[in-house]
Design a protein around this ligand. Structure first.
Ligand code: NAD
Length: 363
């Protein structure tokens, strides 16, 4: 079992689920000093073999329980389909491991709560991989907000809109039972995280939302052959009230006839200035604008985002997670996955609101 002496490097890591995101975790751990990836697990044996060989990893398991039970692992990353985040995390935390889960924390707040409770009960760290916080433009915008340049931000619009981005048809992403939802839980959660992070974690008080599934069930909106089940939304919009009177409009789509193929960003309206972070088609250039008045004249500033070089993504998320794990154990109690749970509660309320056609008040 991993103990509080995990301060001693190397940190011994296991990665459960080594598909697209899991391989990104493997690469990120490999990019950090003092980390040894001891084992990977995937339901697909050939995939386990490929990742082991490509990244020179000694051990592989097709049953994740075997990886969790290993006593030579301190930290487990979970990058499985969403429905497995909770069972793998709870088992890993109960086995004394620290856990980094891919987003979303879980399909529901009940699952998320079980994960937070297990982290609490075992005094372990539970992190969630919100890698888009680690963009260079986000860190500059955070600096601008924290310096008070925008004044008090009272309205935010956040979006991740794809025109033709339904993930692999018939795969787990498009099945409610396996994913917990469509683009709102997949993409919206990233922009929800970005906005709440930028605004200093305001508490949500209520959510009103609508979801649509107009294109995907008719075979539109995907680059992939269309077959199998699709029982989630393909476009969603939510209006979130925040404590203190602020509001957030959150939109997410995999498919929809908009001007964009793949755009994400956030627009902020403050009492002294506004800001827009808008990333179109992953160009990652000229993404940030600040709107102010200079001598009464509306002015647009474009901060130099040469810190896009610090666009760290998963490396930043994993480095911060490991810093907590290797830091003062007295601080672990501040890192039990509660930020992920807060986002899960908002998204769950959005789906409930859409289903019941009413505003959901969050307690
Ligand atoms: N942060 C990001 O930018 C980002 C990007 C993509 C995906 N994700 C998240 O990562 C997770 C995985 O998404 P993905 O795109 O990599 O999906 P994927 O389908 O590419 O990979 C999932 C992997 O999990 C494996 N798997 C399935 N059942 C398993 C089991 N019982 N035990 C072990 N492995 C099992 C599959 O074989 C597959 O290799 C999801 O939670 C998703 O939301 C995050």
């Amino acid at each position: 079992m991993a103990t509080k002496d995990t301060k001693v490097r190397p940190v011994r890591v296991g990665v459960v689920g080594v598909g697209g995101a899991g391989e990104v975790h493997v690469k990120a751990y490999k990019a950090l000093p003092g980390v040894e990836i001891v084992a990977v697990s995937d339901a697909s044996g050939p995939r386990v073999d490929l990742i082991k060989t490509t990244y020179n990893i000694a051990n592989g398991h097709t049953d994740w329980n075997e990886l969790v039970e290993r006593d030579d692992i301190d930290v487990i990353s979970i990058a499985t389909p969403n429905y497995l985040h909770m069972p793998v995390a709870v088992a890993a935390l109960n086995a004394g491991k620290h856990v980094l889960s891919e987003k979303p924390l879980a399909r529901s707040s009940a699952e998320g709560q079980a994960m937070v409770d297990a982290a609490e009960a075992n005094d372990r760290v539970l992190g969630v991989s919100f890698n888009h916080r680690y963009r260079g433009d986000v860190s500059i915008l955070k600096q601008v907000i924290d310096a008070g340049t925008l004044g008090s931000v009272y309205y935010a619009k956040a979006y991740w809109m794809r025109r033709q981005g339904v993930p692999f048809w018939g795969g787990w992403f498009s099945k409610h039972e396996l994913a917990g939802g469509g683009p709102m839980i997949d993409l919206g959660v990233h922009m929800l995280d970005m906005t709440l992070y930028l605004l200093g974690e305001p508490e949500p008080t209520s959510v009103s939302a609508a979801v649509y599934s107009e294109l995907a069930p008719r075979g539109r909106g995907s680059l992939h052959p269309l077959q199998g089940e699709f029982d989630v939304e393909d476009l969603s919009t939510a209006f979130v009230r925040l404590a203190g009177g602020g509001t957030l409009l959150l939109e997410a789509s995999w498919a929809g006839y908009g001007h964009q193929m793949d755009d994400f960003g956030v627009e902020l309206f403050g009492t002294d200035a506004g800001a827009q972070l808008d990333n179109r088609e992953w160009k990652n250039t000229d993404t940030l604008r600040i709107f102010t008045d200079i001598a009464g004249v509306p002015t647009i500033s474009t901060p130099r985002v040469d810190r896009m070089g610090e666009n760290e993504g998963h490396v930043g998320a994993i480095r911060d997670f490991l810093d907590v794990v290797l830091g003062d154990p007295a601080e672990w109690k501040h890192h039990r996955g509660r930020a992920g749970l807060k986002r899960a509660r908002i998204i769950e309320a959005a789906y409930q609101s859409a289903k019941e056609n009413r505003e959901i008040v969050l307690k």
